[in-house]
Design a protein around this ligand. Structure first.
Ligand code: ACM
Ligand code: ZN
Length: 718
């Protein structure tokens, strides 16, 4: 197989290639003279095993003449050519016919994607009118990796089946062929089990009367959902037609709070200290010592095995809070009896037991990289290296087939620039950094590469729930165009340059994504203030708008304009359904850092002292307990402070945790008399004071969330 791929690539580079605007870019693309006209009489024919691919193509291309065989004039022929690599394809557009062959169904499907991208963008809106002409060319292509995936967390934020199918469509258009489906976590259990229907019926919802606690946003409502087995089978089949394999993940032994809230018996037997967490039991790890747990896991795996056709089931293994095993007399007994040296070895034991259950049902485990730290798992175990490139290299060195997915390049829940939504723990990055990913430059030798099964992008959804999760906009924005760049690096190892990629993105792919209905992210406009003139530009031709935040008036930007208060003008750009983040001149973005003293009714930990909240850095202060009604946090300024806007926030910097669930903000001009200025929402509020302030106080109107501390942040003053 490898030799076949090598010969194929050698032949490919020996030919003169020209560049196409196809994303991901084919390894060999040659423009030829002339064009083929697809019209009402064009006949589509296919090899029998390509029937589903043909029907898929017909969703986009409104042809009305079909044949089972033949490749006459005015025809499009889909066929298998077993001399090609499995997912390889050869697409030839001549003046009188189109021939598209692939090494397998997947290869033909990939060729169909190249063909669609050669057609006008409205093909993606399924509104193409015939006749349409397409330039003659030849594209010969095969992917570098068999595994080109996206991991989607539907556990933290629920995404219904029809929207998952939409993402499957969007992945397919980018030749991404795996969906790693993160179905369970602390915040939800999304998969119907006939043997334990209560897992999904109860665990699919958090908040309200559900025992599953609402951890991130929508605190005062019951919210969620789950997939029935029928829906899941439908998703698997929908994906199969689109050359996508769905790999389910049941995250164990950690990340299991939702299930533990329904089935306390899976947890370790010790009395949790709930006094500091407003009564909530925050245990989330399966007890490794209970035989009943392995019987329950058998039930789960038996059903999951029948729903998903993938050979793999991802069984988690990440971020296990080992302190729970340390406190558990049963786990400690297990450790002694089995001669285990550490809690880490308890994890090895647990994963080995689950692996044996998987084997019983003909499945192979996939795990997060922590699970192979011990190196004792069978070498067929597939490892998803998420923590860093080093962790991926380590897994590869140990001989495990590894999916490379370092957060700093491929976690699309990270912010794309400093002033946008998202996490920052791995990195802040946009599509340009994704495109720069290079295994060779990161120390992967030929020997390492032989063990790299592929690449994966991911979206974890902790904060999606606070961004109108009933719609796709936030997810679209976080995924695209980063996923386009990902598709490119997962497809080939060609040397790339951002300017060329960006150019094909803007000139061709923007319109395709538009027609696909994606609310993708545009480059942030560049805004400048100089000599009393405010000006803005973009490098992608999108339309720029600006808003005067004093009166809310929104205007289309056409040319620099005179302005004496640039700090009030917010800019953004739009291109149909796509948009940029809001930005402005440096005067607009400037933050004030007046001298402030922070005090609280709650004491703070020595490690994260209250003074941290006075530094205007991202240092946080942590209290030593949860909050109750009447608790307060006060910010007193050394001098009366004038500003345009103050953002007040309790809780973690990016996650709605360790916060005041209910509360209000009071402001004071003289430091003595306070007036109520805003109610907290998700632990925060925005105040636009019209007079200089001397103090601000955040007051709790009820308990904080179920964590053992409250996080106090600096004010953000604009
Ligand atoms: C992970 O991000 N915990 C796999
Ligand atoms: Zn235990």
């Amino acid at each position: 197989m490898r030799t076949k791929l090598l010969i194929f690539f050698l032949l490919a580079v020996l030919q003169t290639a020209t560049v196409s605007a196809i994303i991901p870019n084919p390894s060999r693309f040659t423009h030829c003279s002339g064009e083929f006209v697809i019209d009402a009489n064009t006949t589509l024919s296919w090899d029998e095993e390509l029937r589903d691919a043909a029907i898929y193509l017909l969703e986009y291309l409104p042809l009305r003449h079909f044949a089972q065989t033949g490749n006459g004039t005015n025809s499009i022929r889909l066929s298998i050519d077993s001399s090609l690599p499995a997912e390889g394809c050869a697409l030839r557009i001549d003046t009188d016919r189109i021939t598209l062959s692939g090494g397998s169904y997947g290869g033909v499907f990939n060729g169909i994607q190249s063909l669609l991208q050669l057609l006008p963008a409205q093909v993606y809106a399924k509104s193409l009118h015939l006749p349409v002409s397409v330039g003659c060319c030849e594209a010969v292509d095969a992917p570098r990796f068999d595994y080109r995936g996206l991991s989607l967390d539907v556990a933290r934020t629920w995404i219904p089946a029809d929207r998952v199918k939409r993402y499957i469509d969007l992945l397919a258009c980018h030749k991404i062929n795996k969906l790693h489906f993160h179905l369970t976590d602390d915040e939800g259990w999304r998969i119907e089990l006939k043997s334990h229907p209560e897992f999904a019926r109860t665990g699919g919802f958090r908040g309200g009367d559900s025992p599953v606690h609402p951890r991130y946003a929508k605190f005062d409502e019951k919210w969620g959902g789950y997939y029935t087995q029928r829906e899941l089978r439908d998703i698997v089949e929908y994906a199969r037609i689109r050359n996508i394999e769905v790999i389910p993940e049941i995250d164990m032994p950690g990340h299991s709070k939702a299930l533990g809230a329904i089935r306390h018996d899976i947890l370790c037997d010790f009395v949790p200290d709930t006094a500091r967490t407003n009564g909530l039991d925050i245990r989330n790890v399966w007890c490794a010592a209970k035989e009943s747990n392995y019987a329950l896991i058998d039930d789960i795996i038996r059903e999951v095995s029948t729903i998903f056709t993938s050979k793999y089931i991802h069984i988690g293994g990440d971020e296990v809070d080992m302190s729970q095993w340390r406190k558990c007399p049963d786990c400690q007994r297990l450790k002694r009896e089995k001669g285990l040296n550490s809690e880490k070895q308890i994890e090895d034991y647990f994963i080995a037991r689950v692996t044996a259950i998987l084997a019983k049902y003909g499945k192979v485990p996939a795990v997060w990289n922590e699970a192979v730290d011990g190196g004792t798992l069978p070498k067929a175990t597939r490892v998803h290296g998420w923590q860093s490139i080093k962790h991926c290299l380590r897994a590869v060195e140990k001989g495990y087939p590894t999916i490379v997915m370092p957060g700093a390049y491929f976690y699309f829940d990270m912010k794309q620039s400093a002033n946008e939504a998202g996490h920052t723990w791995a990195a802040i990055f946009d599509a340009k950094k994704v495109l720069s990913f290079d295994l060779d430059r990161n120390g992967f030798t030929e020997r390492h590469l032989a063990k790299v099964a592929g690449l994966e992008a991911s979206f974890f959804s902790e904060i999606y729930i606070e961004h109108s999760p009933e719609k796709s906009d936030y997810l679209d924005y976080m995924l695209f165009p980063r996923l386009c760049a990902f598709a490119e690096v997962a497809w080939s190892s060609r040397k790339r340059n951002w300017d060329d990629f960006h150019s094909s993105l803007v000139t061709d792919h923007y319109d395709r994504m538009q027609a696909m209905g994606i609310a993708f992210r545009l480059c942030t406009p560049n805004v400048k203030y100089a000599d009393g003139m405010l000006s803005a530009s973009t490098d992608d031709g999108a339309v720029i708008y600006y808003t005067d935040e004093r009166n809310g008036k929104r205007t289309r930007y056409t040319a620099p304009f005179p302005c004496d208060a640039p700090e009030h003008f917010a800019f953004c750009s739009e291109y149909g359904s796509a948009g940029s983040c809001t930005t402005g001149s440096k005067e607009y973005l400037r933050m004030l850092t007046p001298q402030v003293t922070v005090t609280s009714s709650m004491t703070c930990s020595a490690k994260n002292p209250i003074e941290n909240a006075a530094t205007y850095s991202n240092k946080i202060a942590r209290t030593t307990r949860a909050a109750h009604a009447g608790d307060w946090i006060a910010y007193s300024f050394a001098e009366p402070m004038s500003c345009r806007k103050i953002e007040v926030q309790t809780g973690h910097i990016h996650l709605r945790r360790c916060l005041f669930l209910a509360g209000h903000v009071e402001i004071s001009e003289d430091g003595k008399t306070f007036v109520r200025a805003a109610e907290l929402h998700n632990g925060g509020a925005v105040i636009c004071p019209d007079k200089p302030l001397t103090a601000i106080r955040i007051v709790a109107d009820g308990n904080s969330d179920a964590e053992d501390n409250v996080v106090i942040q600096s004010l953000k003053i604009k």
